[in-house]
Design a protein around this ligand. Structure first.
Ligand code: NDP
Length: 308
């Protein structure tokens, strides 16, 4: 495993387990498998509606001394509905209680946007683009200072929004979690974060094949590119005797970026972890870097997907 050093002094396993779209029995089984084979970094969010099951599994492992709390790295996130200073701590506590932990390792603002109302369904959502990031960040700092989250950070924030926090904070963000994969490599933001000691963590590092189901369930027809079918990736998979997924993950990790692929499948969980016994040649890295499509490569839409 490779580790990334966070600004606040903690280290984060570069490869973690994503858990969006994983709930109940499937997640319980997957998490036990993942912990058994060595995953120690878990990514969740209040919105994924799976913190309780994660808390249950972690409690079983921790209370039977199968794992040491210091070796675990647990991330969760403040939902857009709580992007108001008076709500931050209450929502944080909900997550902490759900997770059955006395602290988390990283607490993130899930999105720079807020949701103004308490919507019953997606059509009712009233987005709030004018939430006060600085007020909210002060509440995040209090959580950090109480030792309830060992580091704090942001997700889906752009450069200007991060600069605003950097210029006005007591404790700077340790991490930016964002959509990052072969077709959207976020080169400028990654450079900016490096210069400012902010660790970047890639979500959708495999191109989120599960997003298709999500869009279909929401009656949307959107073509999701299949990164595993990219010719260069397929050729490299043959050359290195690895899978396309492993090529994609190694490409991100080699740049000092964290990655949190989600899987509920035993073989794929193992496959995604087995990326530390090879490295990509410089000429192949150049080819993969050249496949970036910038903003056009984005898979996600700016709408409250999965945010209710
Ligand atoms: P990923 O790119 O991780 O893709 C996950 C999908 O790929 C699943 O459908 C999984 O299916 C499949 N898969 C996993 N491994 C392999 C493999 N080796 N070969 C083929 N298919 C594979 O997308 P996610 O959208 O899940 O993103 C990762 C994580 O990032 C999320 O789970 C979540 O924790 C976080 N996230 C954060 C967001 C934010 O706003 N901060 C937004 C979106 C995600 P299967 O389970 O069947 O293996």
């Amino acid at each position: 495993m490779k580790y990334l050093s966070l600004y606040c002094g903690k280290t984060m396993p570069a490869l973690g387990l994503g858990t969006w779209q994983a709930t109940e029995d499937v997640l319980e089984k997957a998490l036990n498998l993942a912990l058994n084979i060595g995953y120690r970094h878990l990514d969740t969010a209040l919105l994924y509606d799976n913190e309780k099951i994660i808390g249950k599994v972690l409690n079983e492992w921790l209370s039977s001394d199968k794992i040491n709390r210091n070796d675990l790295f647990v991330t969760t996130k403040l939902p857009p509905i709580a992007m108001y200073k008076e709500k931050v701590f209450n929502y944080f506590q909900k997550s902490l209680t759900n997770l059955n932990l006395s602290y988390v390792d990283l607490y993130l603002l899930h999105s720079p946007l807020g949701i103004k109302n308490v919507p019953q369904n997606k059509e009712d959502v009233v987005m709030d683009p004018n939430v006060n990031h600085l007020e909210i960040w002060k509440e995040m700092e209090k959580i950090y200072e109480k030792g309830l989250s060992k580091s704090i950070g942001v997700s889906n924030f752009n450069k200007e929004q991060i600069i605003n926090i950097l210029k006005n904070c007591k404790i700077q963000p340790s991490c930016l979690q964002l959509e990052l994969h072969l077709y959207q490599q976020q080169k400028e933001l990654v450079e900016f974060c490096k210069r400012n000691n902010i660790v970047v963590v890639a979500y959708c590092p495999l191109g989120s094949p599960g997003l298709k189901t999500y869009y279909e369930e929401n009656n949307k027809k959107i073509e999701i590119p299949n990164l595993f079918e990219n010719e260069a990736v397929k050729e490299m998979a043959l050359k290195y005797k690895k899978s396309p997924a492993q090529i994609l993950l190694r490409h991100a990790i080699d740049k000092g970026i964290g990655a949190i692929p989600k899987s509920s499948n035993e073989n794929r969980l193992q496959e995604n972890l087995d990326i530390f016994d090879f490295s990509l040649e410089e000429k192949d890295v150049i080819v993969l870097n050249g496949l970036d499509m910038g903003e056009k490569g984005s898979l996600t839409e700016w709408e409250p997907w999965g945010w209710l």
